[in-house]
Design a binder for this molecule. Structure first.
Ligand SMILES: NC(=O)c1ccc[n+]([C@@H]2O[C@H](COP(=O)([O-])OP(=O)(O)OC[C@H]3O[C@@H](n4cnc5c(N)ncnc54)[C@H](OP(=O)(O)O)[C@@H]3O)[C@@H](O)[C@H]2O)c1
Length: 240
């Protein structure tokens, strides 16, 4: 453990699973006082048992009043990471119903904005905001146009917010396919085939692990000269 973030506070919204949980563990190892946020108390408790010394808060961030109350209750906030996942409507654009496109924004875009809006009021000048977006913001991802729209919309805000919120730093990290609990909902055989296909066509020769993406997020937090950046963390997949 290093003490790089000793005396600093961090909130990881989506910290009970996958990329968020790995990020919370890395920030905790760097000495930050970390709070992880998610909806399920059971998942929060399980993550806390795995990571160790983190606080937990059960908040559904689609609920603006609940998110606002959570941030108002914080004494201080240096680093805010948002890594919320929700189901998305997938399929060829013309076949995804407009309601499905709308639901993708309701589950993925608006919770990010709600958290950013209320969290930003608490962030310290020395602090940072980091959004976990997705490679679909910059690379063609057939069947995922709704996700591309959400991720593109979030990344489109980064440069403006980095200037508006300065000296607080604002960045995004855009993962490629990453082996997290989010994929556990699909049958094992299909998932394994998808991971193998993606590994074969990725320059790094593998898909991502939560710790890979967490390390990119942690760099955005600890490098005080990084701001206004949308950092791909995809093993080079966007290049091929
Ligand atoms: N895994 C990938 O291949 C991949 C690729 C590209 C981009 N990404 C992006 O990376 C981010 C994290 O993905 P992941 O794979 O780490 O997902 P994950 O393992 O499913 O974790 C998602 C986290 O978000 C929390 N969450 C969901 N809805 C919430 C809400 N309304 N309020 C508060 N917390 C909420 C979940 O807890 P509860 O369910 O208990 O609320 C959980 O802690 C997402 O934005 C995803 O789109 C992932």
């Amino acid at each position: 453990m290093s003490n790089t973030l000793s005396g600093q506070t961090a909130v990881v919204v989506g910290g009970s699973s996958g990329i968020g949980k790995a990020t919370a563990a890395q920030l905790n190892n760097l000495g930050a006082s970390v709070t992880i946020v998610g909806r399920s108390q059971e998942r929060l408790d399980a993550a806390q048992a795995d990571i160790g010394d983190v606080a937990v808060a059960s908040v559904d961030c689609t609920d603006e009043a609940a998110a606002a109350a959570f941030f108002e209750g914080l004494n201080s906030l240096d680093h805010l990471v948002i890594t919320i996942a929700a189901s998305a409507s997938l399929g060829p654009f013309s076949e995804v119903p407009v309601d499905g496109l709308r639901e993708t924004f309701d589950g993925r875009f608006w919770p990010y904005l709600i958290v950013m809006h209320h969290g930003a009021k608490k962030l310290s000048d020395q602090g940072s905001l980091t959004l976990v977006t997705g490679a679909s913001a910059i690379a063609a991802t057939p069947g995922a146009s709704a996700l591309a729209a959400v991720n593109g919309a979030l990344e489109g805000m980064i440069k403006t917010l980095a200037v508006e919120m300065a000296p607080t730093r604002v960045n995004a990290v855009a993962p490629g396919l990453t082996d997290t609990e989010a994929w556990s909902r699909i049958p094992d055989k299909i998932r394994e085939g998808m991971f193998a296909d993606s590994s074969a066509s990725t320059p790094a020769g593998r898909i991502g692990q939560p710790e890979d993406v967490a390390a990119a997020v942690t760099s955005c937090i600890t490098n005080g000269f990084l701001t206004g950046l949308a950092l791909p963390c995809d093993g080079g997949k966007r290049l091929v």
